[in-house]
Design a protein around this ligand. Structure first.
Ligand code: MN
Length: 726
């Protein structure tokens, strides 16, 4: 990179939107950064500083203020060069120094797990963001460039690790702050890195559709829409594009659709002058083209969590294709493109308003609250990821206030979103005036009223019913405080027994070692984690005495032959389920094949133990009527989230596949399944006509996540018409 040219180019980029740029200062910062990184290179051999310049350029593209762009140029100096914070303060001011410090990762985090490092850095980032939200813009721009250059990293595992982290943390943050194009670009590259097969078949399919429809299809539709607007004298700007492979993949995973039905691959945007015009255009479109049911969304009346506003609709558009149309005003459009940056960027250079802006984000406050009250790094990451999950459902309070919750939220999530005090005292809920179970999934527009009782307490099973990180974190906190003493006791004696039976004493030194190794603030917290099952007791034993693992393996290698498979497996399985009474035998009845990730309920039948059903299973109602004793159960997600699901314990899920009766169709089904490393335990042909195969397949999986992946991959095969879970 020619740095002389680069700096001039950057200056003219900024001057195009900011006439008051302090050019001298910017050039000084540029030179300062260049000298500091001199001699360092990126993995492709480019000078390291080219990365900092690219990060600055991205931010200039978002019309950011000078301090932010200077920060971009210097963002890696403190972490990777001899420069220190004092120097930056002296030369470029306190604000820039604080911003750089905010972007800098914690140094020297050694001897702790990857998730602990991630959690500690994430906590630091959130705190810095709450001081000054511009830190997030620099961080995202930095990540965007690292993702754009991800292919230069040689090791595939490293690429996948970075892509996964980006998907889990940076993509949702970009969504929350409303920078759509960065979000989409990161998503697509990460998707291609993590799942190259799926990516390439979607790209292939898109090419095929384009060929069928003709290359000018987007232009043609734009023209037809434009004619319609002109005819009705509505001033507007229309643009159209193909959807990204990742957004198509998401849709295939979420909805039960196959590639064949996936004609909806184009999106159009109509930008008009006023809110009135938005609704006029909407009326016009609906009057002219046939509506696709379920696709209309009014984000003007009910903005998204990140304040995004727009009308969305889906119609069978010009040329008989399904298309998505977004209608919005110029202001809404600016916000949709620039996100939060639209509000302040270079215009309001004053720091006060920016700081205030950051404090206004409810999502940021809620993330901070979770981080501050979490007990361990695992909890920080799992609860915040849950909270960042972007899709929403809108419900109403009894007074008519809109409450914005994650999709599939329950009345319990609603209660906790009001206040954790309300959540903790909840005993019931009225939805649209009717008393409904607390695990009911809320739908858009529901009116929800919470029934509380002053001496009520949250139930442990709620942890797995709720879908908001805020609710889960609050429930954990309550239960932890209440059960703490109990768990300390239990955890400690469990450890002592386990150590003893392996022939060791549990010493003070061991306790100190384990507390530090697993990163708990104090030994009591470690005992609690062992007591409530978050931290495995054998894992702790092996950490101190690795030789014990060998002995254990040997004794386990030869299981008694006729201790039948079912019993051994269900023992393993019962340890994954929370809320079970002691020493009960569990069964997984064939009616619904519940697997980790499903919401579950247990039905107790005398002499037969507990059968574990999916809450949606119709058999539950029948059994429940007769026996009248069901118990709330939940998957111990802390064991499942991290794929710590016990080795060799698999769950059987049944799916139905409808495939065209072509040679090789069955073979392609099994190939897809086996390629994903999933075992196929049974395949039954339900019927076979001249056109179709109708088959039921039993798959051995560890969780719903894997099952969804299998189903989505099957749907991409050209021979497969539909895939449904049974
Ligand atoms: Mn960087």
């Amino acid at each position: 990179m020619d740095f002389k040219e680069a700096v001039s180019c950057l200056v003219s980029d900024i001057q195009s939107y900011n006439k008051n740029l302090n050019e001298k200062l910017l050039r000084e910062a540029f030179e300062f950064g260049r000298v500091a990184h001199d001699g360092q290179t990126r993995s492709n051999g480019d000078p390291y500083y080219s990365h900092c310049v690219a990060v600055a350029k991205n931010l200039a593209g978002k019309k950011m203020d000078t301090d932010t762009i200077i920060t971009a140029l210097l963002h890696d100096t403190v972490e990777d060069t001899k420069v220190n914070s004092e120097e930056i303060t002296k030369l470029f001011g306190q604000d820039v120094a604080n911003l750089v410090a905010g972007v800098t990762k914690l140094e020297a985090l050694e001897n702790i797990s990857e998730v602990s490092k991630q959690a500690k850095n994430f906590r630091k980032l959130l705190l810095a963001m709450s001081e000054d939200i511009r830190v997030l813009l620099v961080k995202l721009s930095d990540r965007l460039h690292n993702i754009q250059t991800l292919h230069h990293i040689a090791k595939p595992e490293k690429r996948i690790r970075i892509a996964t982290e980006t998907m889990e943390i940076h993509v949702p943050l970009a969504e929350l702050i409303g920078i759509r194009d960065w979000k989409e670009e990161m998503e697509d590259i990460c998707f291609n890195t993590i799942n190259p097969d799926a990516h390439s078949s979607i790209v292939g399919r898109l090419k095929f559709i384009s060929k069928e429809q003709g290359d000018n299809i987007v232009t043609n539709v734009v023209k037809e829409l434009d004619d319609l607007m002109t005819e009705h004298k509505i001033k507007n700007e229309i643009s159209g594009r193909k959807k990204t492979p990742y957004s198509i993949w998401r849709k295939m995973q979420k909805k039960d659709i196959g590639f064949e039905q996936l004609s909806d691959i184009m999106a159009f945007r109509i930008v008009v002058d006023s809110v009135d015009d938005c609704y006029r255009v909407l009326g016009l479109i609906h009057a002219t083209y046939r509506l696709v049911p379920g696709r209309f969304k009014d984000y003007i009346s009910l903005p998204k969590k990140n304040n995004y506003r727009s009308l969305h609709t889906g119609v069978i558009g010009p040329a008989g294709q399904r298309v998505e149309i977004q209608i919005r005003t110029k202001e809404m459009h600016e916000f949709a493109e620039l996100g939060v940056a639209a509000h302040w960027s270079y215009k309001s250079g004053d720091k006060e308003s920016i700081v205030k802006e950051g404090k206004n984000y409810r999502w940021l406050r809620e993330l901070l609250e979770i981080v501050e009250h979490s007990n361990s790094d695992d909890e920080v990451m799992s609860d915040t990821k849950m909270e960042m999950y972007a899709e929403n459902v809108f419900v109403f309070s009894p007074k008519g206030d809109i409450v914005n919750l994650p999709k599939m939220a329950t009345p319990i999530d609603f209660a906790y979103s009001i206040h954790s005090g309300v959540g903790n005292k909840t005993i019931g809920a009225r939805i649209n005036g009717k008393v409904m179970p607390l695990k009911t999934e809320l739908k858009n527009g529901d009116q929800v009223e919470i029934i509380t009782q002053s001496n009520a307490e949250p139930k442990e099973a709620w942890k797995n019913i709720v879908v908001s990180g805020k609710a889960r974190s609050a429930i954990r906190r309550f239960i932890r405080n209440k059960r703490r003493d109990e768990y300390v006791e239990h955890g400690k004696s469990l450890l002592m027994r386990t150590f003893k039976s392996a022939g060791f004493d549990l010493t003070e030194k061991d306790i100190k070692f384990l507390t530090e190794k697993y990163d708990y603030k104090e030994p009591e917290m470690f005992f609690v984690a062992v007591g409530d099952g978050t931290r495995g007791v054998n894992e702790s034993l092996y950490a101190v005495h690795p030789e014990a693992r060998e002995t254990d393996k040997k004794t386990k290698e030869t299981p008694p032959p006729e201790l039948n498979k079912g019993k051994v497996a269900s023992k393993g399985k019962s340890s994954l389920i929370g809320g079970l009474p002691d020493d009960m035998v569990i069964r997984f009845p064939k009616c619904c094949h519940a697997i980790p990730g499903d919401k579950i309920v247990g039905v107790v039948s005398t002499g037969q133990g507990i059968s574990i059903h999916n809450v949606r299973c119709k058999e539950v109602l029948k059994e429940h009527d007769i026996q009248n004793s069901s118990i709330d159960l939940y998957w111990r997600d802390e064991l499942i989230d991290k794929e710590k699901v016990i080795e060799n314990v698999n769950f059987v899920a049944r799916i139905n596949v409808l495939a065209s009766n072509k040679p090789g169709a069955l073979n392609s089904i099994t190939t897809v399944i086996l390629n994903l490393g999933v075992n196929l335990s049974d395949l039954k042909i339900v019927s076979r006509s001249s056109d179709f195969w109708d088959v039921n397949i039993d798959l051995e999986v560890k969780s719903v996540g894997k099952l969804t992946e299998v189903m989505a991959s099957l749907r991409m095969s050209n021979d497969i018409i539909s895939v449904t879970r049974l």
